[in-house]
Design a protein. Structure first.
Length: 173
């Protein structure tokens, strides 16, 4: 998940870059999952994943704006190779035919994973600005989890799928 990151020496610029990368990774994975679900005509789950693409994009844009204000176009010293699956939904958590409730559970697990990442990093962080940013990012994950919980209350809990919907037609021999 973050084997190459030394949180004790992380600068605020690097922490912002890391946060941006986390959001980009999640956004790209949600988009990939939504596209896959569209192909299999599971539109409700795909639509929710697209909603999450928007949430991750908005959060990433906020971090990018803050980074530009503080550091302009200064080059980054962190890259995607330094993290994996911090907030992105796991490939193994999804399936071809998902209900909206299934999609919400995937999103909840992703938000919990991101919360655990920032929460676990905090004890290692020594820079006060980085500590403040990670605390804010952790709190945003709490807010995202609450948003997902609220959505879970509003959608049906049954899967709504008929197994016959997925049966293959016989093929000529």
């Amino acid at each position: 998940m973050s084997a190459d990151i030394d949180f004790a020496t992380l600068s605020i610029k690097d922490a912002l870059d890391l946060g941006i990368l986390v959001e980009e990774e999640a956004m790209e994975r949600y988009q990939e999952l939504a596209d896959n679900l569209d192909v299999h005509n599971t539109g409700d789950a795909a639509q929710f994943f697209r909603f999450m693409v928007g949430c991750e994009a908005k959060h990433g844009e906020e971090l990018q704006k803050k980074r530009r204000e503080l550091f302009g176009e200064a080059p980054s010293s962190v890259d995607r190779s330094m993290l994996w699956d911090v907030e992105a939904p796991g490939y193994d958590a999804t399936r071809t035919f998902m209900t909206i409730q299934d999609a919400l559970k995937v999103a909840m697990a992703a938000e919990q994973k991101a919360f655990a990442f920032f929460d676990g990093a905090l004890p290692e962080v020594t820079d006060a600005e980085v500590r403040e940013l990670f605390t804010e990012l952790r709190q945003e994950e709490v807010e995202h989890m609450e948003m997902v919980r609220e959505q879970m209350k509003r959608v049906p809990t049954g899967d709504g799928f008929d197994p016959a919907d997925f049966a293959d037609e016989p093929v000529a021999q």
